[in-house]
Design a protein around this ligand. Structure first.
Ligand SMILES: Nc1ncnc2c1ncn2[C@@H]1O[C@H](COP(=O)(O)OP(=O)(O)OP(=O)(O)O)[C@@H](O)[C@H]1O
Length: 257
């Protein structure tokens, strides 16, 4: 995959005037729009209940928009399910694994689903097991893993398939410091190879350090979006290293004094 420059590259994810939620009479999201292009890491941030997970559920195709829509890889879900779904891997906030399968069997299943096999599968699998300190646990059943280890299996599954788009919901919570570092190093690597990443997190310092752009959600609307300079300008705060937290605070409290 080649990254041809931001302006020329088509977005891999396009959320366009999305209004949606759990009940048609009470939308949670109002007119949400943003794009993510190959080679970008974008941070989705907002207070509890701002609408981040609901946005992600719409992108995953688990909820139907009331208005507007989502395109992945240039198509809407109803236009071409296979093209839409095969373009991304999703890492949920809470791991979802098969209790009776081992770590290695989970990776194998993902490999089969995404047509990663033979020596490519073996190489990727061994590298991931080593990087995430899971080699000794390769034969362990999911039900026997710790919370963070389960999260690592979800992350390894996503990385194994090397998709054009990663959707990652609050990935750092269960991970130990080595796991966080391995994940961030890997995300930088896949981004440099041209993948796009949408990452939702409350850890603003990490989001600021690693993401190219930010989407600040508040009460179901996009309160601001752009790079650090643009988000600080929208908030009326000083653009400086560590400035995302100030800008965020102003945007979500309305305190622009
Ligand atoms: N299953 C559901 N049914 C009805 N309303 C829901 C459901 N899940 C979430 N909501 C509501 O939708 C709104 C947005 O919630 P959402 O889960 O998208 O927030 P979030 O930004 O992901 O928050 P958090 O940081 O706590 O994960 C909230 O008002 C919440 O109460």
């Amino acid at each position: 995959m080649e990254f041809e420059g931001e302006k020329m590259t088509e977005p891999i994810l396009k959320v366009e005037s999305l209004t949606g939620g759990y009940s048609p009479r009470r939308p949670v999201l109002h007119n949400v729009s943003f794009d993510i292009r190959p080679g970008e890491m974008v941070g989705l941030i907002g207070l509890n209940g701002a609408g981040k997970s609901t946005t992600i559920k719409h992108i995953l195709g688990l909820m139907k928009p009331h208005d507007g829509g989502v395109q992945v890889n240039g198509v809407a879900l109803e236009e071409n399910q296979e093209r839409y779904r095969s373009a991304f891997a999703y890492v949920p906030e809470t791991p979802v694994l098969f209790d009776e399968l081992t770590v290695e069997e989970h990776l194998k299943l993902t490999g089969m689903a995404y047509n990663v096999d033979g020596s490519v599968f073996e190489d990727r699998k061994e590298r991931l097991l080593a990087e995430f300190q899971m080699t000794a646990k390769r034969g362990a059943f999911a039900s026997h893993l710790s919370k963070g280890m389960k999260q690592k299996v979800m992350i390894m599954n996503a990385l194994l398939s090397e998709p054009p788009l990663y959707i990652i919901d609050e990935p750092f919570l269960g991970l130990d410091p080595l796991g966080i570092r391995s994940l961030l190093e890997r995300l930088v690597e896949v981004k440099q190879k041209g993948s796009a990443i949408l990452m939702s997190s409350h850890i603003l310092a990490t989001v600021e350090a690693y993401c190219d752009r930010f989407i600040v959600m508040h009460h179901g609307v996009v309160a601001a979006q752009g790079n650090l300079e643009e988000v600080c300008a929208a908030a009326g705060t000083e653009m400086r290293s560590g400035g995302l937290e100030d800008a965020f605070y102003k945007l979500v409290t309305g305190d622009r004094s």
